[in-house]
Design a protein around this ligand. Structure first.
Ligand SMILES: Cc1cc2nc3c(=O)[nH]c(=O)nc-3n(C[C@H](O)[C@H](O)[C@H](O)COP(=O)(O)OP(=O)(O)OC[C@H]3O[C@@H](n4cnc5c(N)ncnc54)[C@H](O)[C@@H]3O)c2cc1C
Length: 470
């Protein structure tokens, strides 16, 4: 009998578990920790062979977080915060994966996680008020609650390009990268997509490849990361100030990141002063560029001043004027797709072995056995990297056959887009929760009542270089 049934004393059919959690990324691991702390019986199913989710799958060259590591880390255990030493301002993927494994071991999470097991379906039994959860090993278990910690960027999207399967070289997806190192030395490499994963990997691949061709549909805004080793003094500063940093990020920050909140709008300053402020933040680097002023996300004229500044920077860095123009984003206001951060992304296009191809004006027609064929001609390659992002937000949920009251499927319910209460629950699917670590309660959101799903959609689309899902 589950703990919940023994507490309530109700005579219901016994559920195998109080809670089934789907996914062992950061969200699923934390969920397990908390639920176990409540005395509940929990089974976590993870389709990968290890913990870490995003950081288990995204092993492409250059992969790292773009929220600073001292903030992009768990806050639930003060001991954990104090004992883990992040090496760099933005830790690389292997280090974040090591951290996830450390957390799993430190809090003894593994015994309740079943790896290499995909949840295929979840069906609500109305008479018993239980969920029946079926997994890829053909087994079915029952649970009172199901928590989908399936991730918003976990369903790698392979583009539907004619001939892709006929390509003779190796094809890699950034979101499903092999576990063994990939060596591009001496190869002609093509990268399709220019979202965050591409922006991180292109400079690293360019150093190995004999030639790199980057196929761009939409140019993205990117700010220099200014990554560097963290000093012990910097780590100690964070540790000393963690209570306030975490509180601020949760309760006051607009995007969950600790930064100062400006009290001025972009048009309150004259040209020189404004430029100096943008320049200082450009030199500082990172995602806080949008918080130079308080109205960049609210006022298009204000936003234009920041967008123009970044476009000018791109023109300064990239020597070839045609390439620079193509790399300057003009299709959206800055910050309306999540800004990327990079290390030498734009400068990489000054290398003699790197070519940028604009596939908006010159679309890809097909992949042949040895080339990417565009309207204007063939680009011969030996290896292809699909940096084409994810079927974001709902992709991994939609892949599970979820049936609620009256046999209605969640995909039917969400046919016109996800409809939720606070991004957490959907009517007709009792005791089924959707969680994702990208959703943070923000003060203005609580006031407006906007759903969390909407906010998340608005903030992470730069991963969707091909799909532009949201
Ligand atoms: C390259 C990259 C960099 C990022 N950098 C940042 C950053 O700096 N800051 C930030 O805030 N966010 C960042 N993100 C977003 C990141 O996804 C979240 O920060 C966080 O890691 C998500 O955790 P999660 O547990 O919600 O989901 P995930 O880490 O995606 O984990 C979900 C897990 O569920 C599993 N799963 C899915 N469906 C099933 C199923 N049916 N059965 C079994 N298992 C299933 C998946 O295999 C996966 O392991 C980044 C994302 C990417 C791709």
């Amino acid at each position: 009998m589950s703990a919940l049934q023994s507490i309530s004393g109700k005579s219901q059919p016994a559920a195998a578990y109080d809670v089934v959690v789907v996914g062992a990324g950061f969200a699923g691991m934390y969920m397990l920790y908390r639920l176990r702390g409540l005395g509940l019986s929990v089974r976590v199913y993870e389709q990968g062979s290890g913990v870490g989710g995003t950081w288990y799958w995204n092993r492409y060259p250059g992969a790292r977080c773009d929220v600073e590591s001292m903030q992009y880390s768990y806050s639930f255990s003060d001991e954990l915060q104090r004992e883990w030493n992040w090496s760099e301002r933005y830790a690389p993927q292997p280090e974040i994966l090591k951290y996830a494994n450390h957390v799993a071991d430190r809090f003894n999470l593994r015994p309740d996680i079943q790896f290499d097991t995909r949840v295929v379906s979840a069906e609500f039994d109305e008479s018993a008020s239980l969920w029946s959860v079926t997994t890829s090993d053909g087994k079915t278990v029952t649970a009172n609650y199901v928590v989908l910690a399936t991730g918003c960027l976990s369903n790698a999207r392979k583009p539907d390009i004619k001939g892709l399967d006929s390509f003779k070289g190796k094809v890699y997806h950034t979101g499903h990268w092999p576990h063994e190192p990939v060596d591009f030395t001496g190869l002609r490499v093509g990268v399709i997509g220019t979202g965050s994963s591409s922006i991180q990997s292109v400079p690293v691949i360019a150093e190995q490849a004999s030639h790199l061709t980057v196929f761009q549909r939409t140019a993205n805004f990117s700010i220099p990361a200014r990554n560097a080793a963290l000093t012990e003094q910097e780590r100690q500063w964070f540790r000393a100030n963690y209570p306030e940093i975490r509180r601020f990020a949760r309760e006051e920050a607009r995007n969950g990141i600790y930064t100062e909140m400006p009290d001025r709008g972009a048009l309150d300053d004259g040209d020189n002063e404004r430029r100096a402020k943008y320049e200082a933040r450009w030199q500082y680097g990172g995602l806080t560029f949008m918080s130079v002023y308080n109205n960049l996300a609210l006022d298009k004229t204000a936003n234009d001043t920041a967008a123009d500044f970044v476009r000018e920077k791109i023109a300064e860095i990239v020597k070839d004027t045609t390439t620079a123009k193509l790399l300057q984003p003009n299709s959206h206001p800055i910050g309306t797709k999540r800004i990327c951060i990079d290390t030498d992304y734009f400068a990489t296009f000054n290398r003699p072995n790197v070519t940028l191809v604009d596939i908006r004006s010159n679309p890809i027609e097909e992949i042949t056995d040895n080339a990417v064929r565009t309207k204007a001609g063939d680009y011969e390659i030996d290896a292809l990297v699909l940096a084409t992002g994810f079927d974001a937000m709902t992709g991994s949920v939609a892949k599970i056959d979820i049936r609620g009251r009256g046999g209605q499927t969640l995909n039917q319910k969400w046919a016109e887009g996800p409809r939720t209460y606070l991004g957490l629950m959907s009517a007709g699917f009792p005791n089924l929760f959707v969680i994702t670590t990208r959703i943070a309660p923000m003060p203005d959101r609580r006031k407006t009542g906007a759903t969390a799903s909407w906010i998340v959609c608005a903030t992470v689309t730069s991963e969707n270089s091909i799909t532009d899902e949201c």
